[in-house]
Ligand binder design. Structure first.
Ligand code: NAP
Length: 300
């Protein structure tokens, strides 16, 4: 037996329990890892609370967690890794545990800590995917909502590397860090569109909404074209005629590319705090209260 965090009903962070579970067996193409780090994503909170109950039905008990890094200890038929390999990747059946299954594991570069490796999985692949969809070109201006967040932070850096001018909306506490990355930082909240117009008199060509804070209508007005606005977080996208890009459209090709960029020193992704496995409820409460300033990571 091994330990994992499970929940058997929707609710507040307190539904997360440290439980004894049977370590999962890897299926074809999968590996089992001894988890070194498992990152906490806003998605995990949405699943646990029941907010996504219709969109993403679950079978209780659930082990939360989309991302993990660790050492391979069992290999399924045809899997592209060997026992002892240090890897990261998207989990199958949850990541908040001593053991997790990964599909399409990616080798962990020595330059990436276990914490950053686990943190990059969903965040990095998402940023890479949505930039490909929006496809801003060198010289274009991209507005990123939620640029102080994890997906936003990676998207900003990938866009800057393409020669794109990036304007990012963020909280007061993130403006300096955003400016240091090379973006034009603008405070979020009431009046943001006016501030963006002032900061980008040349106009805005593309918008990535990585915050989901009701910014779509003004974003469409800014670009003048719904097709140039994309959200990963606002479920009212269809009402605005805006594309919603879901994680389920990730075919696994983005993570190796973003890991490559990160291993070459081309990305920073702040890890705010680490927690022991039984600190999962605290981690969820911290994210829910928006106390985090970067990734929250469990170290089982
Ligand atoms: N569809 C997909 O494939 C996909 C994949 C990954 C993530 N997501 C979703 O995308 C969102 C971001 O994920 P994440 O991991 O980057 O979360 P995160 O690290 O918590 O970042 C969210 C950021 O949005 C900021 N924010 C809050 N209100 C804002 C506003 N009005 N304007 C601009 N920024 C605002 C937050 O600032 P504070 O510091 O003030 O809280 C925070 O920095 C989440 O909703 C997540 O579920 C979707």
């Amino acid at each position: 037996m091994s330990q994992a965090i499970t929940f058997s009903e929707y609710g507040t962070p307190e539904v997360l329990r440290l439980s004894e579970v049977t370590p999962p067996e890897p299926g074809p193409g999968q590996v089992r890892i001894r988890v070194r780090a498992a990152s906490v994503n806003p998605f995990d909170l949405k699943i646990r609370s029941g907010l996504m109950a219709d969109a993403v039905p679950v079978r209780f008990p659930v082990v939360p967690g989309l991302d993990a890094s660790g050492v391979v200890d069992a290999v399924g038929e045809g899997a592209d890794a060997a026992v002892g390999d240090e890897v990261l990747g998207a989990t199958v059946g949850g990541g908040y545990g001593e053991y997790a299954l990964l599909e399409r594991p990616v080798a962990r570069p020595a330059a990436l800590s276990w914490e950053v490796a686990a943190s990059l999985v969903t965040v990095g692949a998402t940023a890479f995917r949505v930039l490909g969809l929006l496809d801003p070109r060198a010289g274009d201006t991209l507005l990123v909502h939620g640029a102080g967040g994890s997906v936003g932070t990676v998207a900003v850096q990938l866009a800057l590397a393409r020669g794109v001018t990036v304007v990012g909306t963020a909280g007061e506490h993130d403006l300096e860090r955003l400016t240091a990355l090379g973006a034009v930082a603008v405070g979020y909240g009431e009046g943001w569109a006016r501030r963006v117009r002032t900061a980008a008199p040349q106009g805005v060509d593309r918008v990535l909404d990585a915050a989901g804070a009701g910014v779509l209508a003004d974003s469409v007005a800014l670009t003048g074209d719904r097709a140039h606005v994309l959200t990963i977080a606002d479920l009212s996208a269809a009402r605005h005629g805006v594309r919603f890009s879901a994680g389920s459209t990730d075919d696994g090709t983005f993570l190796p590319q973003v890991v490559q960029v990160a291993s070459e020193g081309g990305l920073t992704l702040p890890v705010w705090r680490t927690y022991p496995l039984d600190g999962a409820a605290t981690a969820h409460a911290d994210l829910e209260a928006r106390r985090n300033r970067g990734k929250a990571v469990l170290l089982p």
